[in-house]
Design a protein around this ligand. Structure first.
Ligand SMILES: Nc1ncnc2c1ncn2[C@@H]1O[C@H](COP(=O)(O)OP(=O)(O)O)[C@@H](O)[C@H]1O
Ligand SMILES: [Mg+2]
Length: 614
């Protein structure tokens, strides 16, 4: 039942140097075999005792649900750092060189490191066991007295080492402590960017004092995050108790995916919406700003789930006209008796909002453009039912166009002109939400080129706003309607927001980039790429490049969550993260050749190439 966290045969620290490594004393969790004293646990225990009495360096603490530790190595100014998540059993660790400010990888092996810092990080969890706690207290008494009775110390050390070993290595142990460590002994890296951002700053210090992790290297303090249960959030902010949603509306209320991690911001927004209800200035307009992929859309949907309202999306483009905000013209789809399944198609299109290319694509279940790019052969097979291994993306697009055109022809033939008028006015999602009191996300209003359009949007943002439609109807804003504008602050086409527009938002939320582990997790769920070690390195590189682009004001490209997702997907295909980086992260970051090669040499190579050669 070997576990990579434990390497036997390394020399033991004082006062056990030269002592027997085995002992007849055992932990209650022993399977009967003798206990073995091991270097890593003993070094961790000594460091903790010394820090507690103030005679040595080293620290243990907590951030939210995770534990962190620092171990001062006997090598000059070298600190070992570990971040441990007991729930998942994940461990990140690194060696930090104080003199050069460099971070390098931490490997547990006979010739590399002994895992002491990891065991320190596990200390708060180890202490939850009565046997461990009792024996640790005894060990500390011996330690503080200078180990006067070496045999007694040896006995206690044996029970402690055995207790740790059995609990960590045996998943069936009643007091099991989970620690997932690769058989290579390579621990997940501590991302440099997260370290610089103060992401691992402990909120509770249980042992000693932190030298490295407590430093807030970039000045942004990390707020401790509290786990918010879905059940305590979904539908818990009803702004209109008497309201009955129709069946169609109920279908539009988002269901939070189980993996959605709720944040304080989502709670905060919902509380404001709820508590301002009925006041003359209800908070119903919210602006969310943040880099692409930081989770704005997910947050807007979560807010809708919190208040229990339908959610719809309206995406602006640089060509959006005032008229587009309210709706458009489409062929009238009367249908009825069209037969050949066309009735169902027409009904589906109507429910989707009309005859647009996107809706036709949904109706015909076309593959994504991205899928076509990645895998034209499967897309071809999917659309035609025949295999063509050498199909090109162009061929697939042609087929899509042909299929869409023929469907449009069938449908328009089947639709009877009503009163000689074959076109009708339809309302945009924005208008539907305003009229019916839904939650609408208006994505990227900042890219709208024509200044007049934003003014048009302004009037819709008014609490008692109303708008007259070309068909003579006047629409008033429903008091429940929530408008959430989301915008990428670093988006290339983003112009500074017009003051009077910004003024109309009751809340402006700056959505922060999620922590490195959360980013890695989300990318893993979305892509299925499960090499956690490489994923953490990729997150570190993506964040490093993103920060660099911001600092240097480079805005002819982007680097963020989406690049990470593309990179992970591409790596699944190529099997080579280094190669895939060029087609995803680097090429998307900027168009400037010189800048690209500097991104490669300053961000990609130091992390990924160093690993290949190591
Ligand atoms: N709270 C969350 N929990 C889990 N995954 C999330 C969360 N927020 C966002 N994600 C994931 O991150 C990706 C990007 O989020 P999205 O909301 O589309 O970002 P934005 O709208 O800011 O560009 C999504 O695909 C989503 O799956
Ligand atoms: Mg979005």
């Amino acid at each position: 039942m070997a576990h990579s966290l434990f390497v036997f045969g390394r020399s033991l620290p004082e006062p056990f140097a030269g002592s027997k490594t085995t002992s007849q004393k055992k932990s209650q969790y022993s399977n009967g075999t003798q206990a073995t004293l091991t270097s890593g646990p003993l070094k961790a225990l000594n460091a903790i005792c010394a820090s507690l009495t103030g005679t040595g360096e080293g620290a243990v603490g907590k951030i939210d649900h995770r534990c962190v530790a620092e171990y001062k190595s006997s090598v000059d100014d070298e600190y070992h750092l570990a971040v441990y998540d007991p729930g998942r059993g994940s461990v990140m660790a690194a060696v930090y060189d104080m003199n050069h400010g460099t971070v390098s990888k931490y490997t547990v092996s006979k010739t590399a490191r002994d895992g002491a810092v990891v065991l320190m990080a596990m200390f708060p969890v180890l202490m939850e066991d009565q046997e461990f706690k009792d024996e640790f207290d005894r060990y500390k008494t011996e330690h503080d007295a200078g180990f006067p009775d070496i045999d007694k110390a040896h006995d206690i050390a044996a029970v402690l080492c055995d207790n740790i070993y059995r609990r960590v290595s045996d998943p069936a142990c009643a007091a099991h402590v989970k620690a997932d460590i690769k058989s290579s002994g390579n621990l997940l890296p501590v991302p440099r960017t997260s370290l610089d951002a103060g992401e691992f700053q402990p909120t509770i210090v249980t042992v000693g004092s932190f030298q490295i992790l407590s430093q807030n290297m970039s000045g942004t303090a990390k707020k401790s995050s509290v786990v918010i249960k879905h059940a305590d959030f979904i539908g818990k902010y009803p702004i209109n108790g008497s309201r009955q949603l129709s069946l169609a509306e109920k279908k539009l209320v988002p269901e939070l995916p189980v993996w959605h991690i709720l944040t304080k911001d989502e709670q905060y927004v919902c509380e404001h919406i709820l508590k301002s209800t009925g006041k003359p200035t209800q908070i119903r307009n919210i602006m969310m700003r943040g880099e692409a992929g930081c989770g704005k859309t997910s947050m807007a949907m979560a807010v809708a789930a919190g208040v229990g309202l339908p959610y719809v999306l309206y995406t602006c483009s640089s060509g959006t006209e005032t008229f587009d905000l309210s709706g458009g013209i489409m062929p009238e789809l009367i249908g009825g008796g069209a037969g050949d399944g066309l009735d169902a198609d027409i009904a589906k299109l109507q429910s989707l909002g009309g005859l647009t290319y996107n809706n036709i694509a949904k109706l015909l279940q076309f593959p994504d453009i991205d899928d076509i790019e990645y895998d034209p052969a499967s897309s071809y097979q999917l659309m035609t039912g025949t295999g063509k291994p050498d199909a090109t993306p162009q061929e697939c697009v042609m087929i899509m166009l042909e299929k869409a055109m023929s469907k449009v022809q069938q449908i328009t033939k089947a639709t009877e002109p009503k009163d000689g008028q074959s076109f009708t006015y339809y309302e945009s999602n924005l208008l539907l939400a305003i009229e019916n009191g839904w939650c609408i996300e208006v994505q990227e209003p900042t890219v709208i080129a024509q200044p007049g359009v934003l003014t048009g949007l302004n009037s819709l943002l008014e609490q008692n706003g109303s708008i007259s439609l070309p068909n003579g109807k006047t629409i008033r804003r429903h008091p429940d309607c929530i408008i959430i504008c989301t915008t990428n602050v670093d988006y290339a086409g983003c112009r500074n927001l017009n003051q009077s527009f910004l003024d109309r938002f009751g809340l402006v939320i700056d959505v922060k980039r999620p922590s490195a582990e959360v980013m890695a997790d989300r990318a893993k769920i979305l892509t299925g790429y499960d090499d956690e070690y490489t994923m953490m390195q990729m997150v570190d590189i993506v964040n490093g490049i993103s920060d660099h682009l911001h600092k240097k004001g480079i805005n002819d490209g982007t680097c963020g969550m989406r690049s990470l997702i593309d990179w992970a997907l591409s790596t699944l295909i190529t099997g080579d993260p280094y190669k895939s980086a060029f087609y995803t992260v680097i090429s998307k970051a900027t168009t400037d050749e010189r800048e690209r090669s500097s991104l490669v040499s300053s961000f990609l190579d130091p992390i990924l190439l160093a690993q290949v050669s190591a």
